[in-house]
Design a binder for this molecule. Structure first.
Ligand code: COA
Length: 390
C-alpha cells in the first residue's frame, strides 16, 4: 500500500521585513544577508498570530468535509508551542471542526518535530488505511533583536494530510535517522528566546547530513543520480546549499547541475519567509513543487530533516501521477502578493509586543490581521482564538 502526502498547505503572517533594509539598520553589508545567509524577506508574526493560529490557517486551505470526517489523528510539530502541558493539536482540532474521535498530540524535537509526525502518521495509516492524519509543522523563530541569529528568524506553518494512495508524494522505505546529545541550539523553559551556538550548529547540520546520506545510500541502494532534487531543512537558504555542496562531487556534471538548479526552486518560498523551524523542510518541498514547472510525475525527491539537539533523518518520496492538480499554487501566490512590508522600526515594535506575563487578561485588535484564524486575547490565563469564517 502506498502511504504519503495527500495534500499540503501553507500559511505565513501578512507582514515581512526586507533583509536589505534590516542589514542597513544593523550596519552590515546587505549582501551578507541576501547572499551570505541567502534570505530576501523575513516574515514577522504579529501578536495576533501564534504557533496554533498559524497551523490552523495553514490547514484551513486544504481541509474539506471528507477530511474533517476521516482525520483521526492530529500531530502538531512545534518548538514554539503555547503551553507546557496542553498540545497545540487540541486547539487546531477544535478550530477546524474535526471529528471528535481523533487523537491530538504535540511532538517536540527542535526542527525535526514535523518529520517525526510524518513517520508516526505513516505507521498509523499502515494500521488504519481508511483514516487520514493531519501533520502540522508550525513555529515562530525568535532569536532577539540585534542578535547574530536575528537574520535567520521567520514565522509560518505547513499542514499536510497523510493518507493511503496519496495524491502528491508517496513516502519510500529506507529512512535513515541519527541522534546525538549536543548543545547547538536550545530554549530553556524560562526563556522566550532560543540560545544558539551558530557555528557549531552549522557544522553539526552538515555532519549529520553526511552521516545519514552515507547510510541511506547503502540501505536504499540509491545514489545522487536517482534524486531529481534534494529538499533540506532550511534555517536559511545558504545552509542547505553548503550541505549539498559537500556531496556533489559524487555525481556527474549533469546531475550536479540538475541538483543545483532544482535547489533554487526548493528555496524560493523559504528565502521570502525565513526560518519556520519544523515546517522549513516541508516549505522547501512545497517551494520545489510549486516553482519547478518541469517537475515530472514519478520523480524521486530526497528529504533531509535536522532538529538541533540533535536528530537528523534522510528519507525520500516519489511524486504521484497528476500531483500538480492537487497543489494550491494560486492561493500561495496570492498569499505572497498580499503581504505588506513593514519598516525595521515597525518590526522592532511588533517583535516586542507580547502577551502579558503576569496572567492579566488582554483583548487584541484582530481587525488589522487578515488571517481567517487569529489569537484574540487571553481570559483567565486561557488563550482565545477566533475563526472569522465561522
Ligand atoms: N557578501 C557575501 N557574503 C557575506 C558577506 C558579504 N558582504 N559578509 C559575510 N558574508 C557571508 C559569510 O562569509 C558567511 O558565509 P559562509 O558561512 O558561507 O562562510 C555568511 O555570510 C554568514 O556570515 P557569518 O559571519 O558566519 O554570520 P554570523 O556570525 O552573523 O552568523 C549564523 C550566521 C547563521 C551562524 C547566525 O545567524 C545564527 O546563529 N543563526 C541561527 C542558527 C542557525 O540557523 N543554525 C543553522 C543550523 S539549524
Amino acid at each position: 500500500m502506498k502511504i504519503g502526502i495527500d495534500k499540503i498547505g501553507f500559511y505565513a503572517p501578512h507582514i515581512y521585513v526586507d533583509m536589505n533594509k534590516l542589514a542597513v539598520a544593523r550596519n552590515v553589508e546587505p549582501e551578507k544577508f541576501t547572499i551570505g545567509i541567502g534570505q530576501s524577506q523575513m516574515a514577522v508574526a504579529p501578536v495576533t498570530q501564534d504557533s496554533v493560529s498559524l497551523a490552523a490557517n495553514a490547514a484551513l486551505e486544504i481541509i474539506d468535509d471528507e477530511d474533517r470526517e476521516k482525520i483521526d489523528f492530529v500531530i502538531f510539530g512545534s518548538e514554539s508551542g503555547i503551553d507546557h502541558s496542553k498540545s497545540g493539536a487540541v486547539y487546531v482540532h477544535q478550530l477546524l471542526g474535526l471529528n471528535p474521535h481523533a487523537r491530538a498530540i504535540e511532538v517536540k524535537q527542535a526542527c525535526y518535530g514535523a518529520t517525526a509526525g510524518i513517520q508516526m502518521a505513516k505507521g498509523h495509516i499502515a494500521l488504519n488505511p481508511d483514516s487520514k492524519v493531519l501533520v502540522l509543522g508550525s513555529d515562530i523563530a525568535r532569536y532577539g533583536l540585534k542578535t547574530s541569529g536575528e537574520s535567520t528568524q521567520g514565522a509560518g506553518a505547513v499542514a499536510m494530510i497523510i493518507s493511503a494512495n496519496p495524491r502528491i508524494m508517496e513516502l519510500e522505505e529506507h529512512n535513515v535517522y541519527l541522534t546525538n546529545d549536543i548543545m547547538d541550539f536550545w530554549r530553556p523553559i524560562y526563556s522566550d528566546m532560543a540560545f544558539v551556538d551558530g557555528k557549531f550548529s552549522n557544522e553539526q547540520y552538515i555532519l549529520f547530513f553526511n552521516k545519514v546520506w552515507e547510510a541511506y545510500k547503502e540501505k536504499a541502494g540509491l545514489q545522487l543520480s536517482d534524486m531529481e532534487a534534494i529538499c533540506f531543512h532550511l534555517p536559511y537558504t545558504k545552509m542547505g546549499l553548503k550541505a549539498l555542496r559537500t556531496v556533489l562531487d559524487e555525481a556527474s556534471e549533469d546531475v550536479q547541475n540538475r541538483l543545483l538548479y532544482n535547489y533554487q526552486a526548493s528555496t524560493t518560498y523559504n528565502r521570502n519567509v525565513g526560518n519556520i523551524y519544523t515546517g522549513s523542510l516541508y516549505l522547501s518541498l512545497l517551494s520545489l513543487l510549486e516553482n519547478k514547472e518541469e517537475l515530472q510525475d514519478g520523480a524521486r525527491i530526497g528529504m533531509y530533516s535536522y532538529g538541533s539537539g540533535a536528530v537528523g533523518e534522510f528519507f525520500s518520496g516519489i511524486l504521484q501521477p497528476g500531483f500538480k492538480k492537487h497543489l494550491f499554487v494560486e492561493a500561495h501566490q496570492q498569499l505572497f502578493a498580499r503581504r505588506k512590508e513593514v519598516s525595521v522600526e515597525e518590526y522592532e515594535v511588533i517583535f516586542e509586543e507580547t502577551l502579558p506575563k503576569d496572567g492579566s487578561d488582554i483583548e487584541l485588535d484582530i481587525t488589522k490581521d487578515p488571517a481567517a484564524i487569529c489569537l484574540s486575547g487571553t481570559i483567565d490565563n486561557k488563550r482565545q482564538y477566533v475563526n472569522k469564517l465561522r
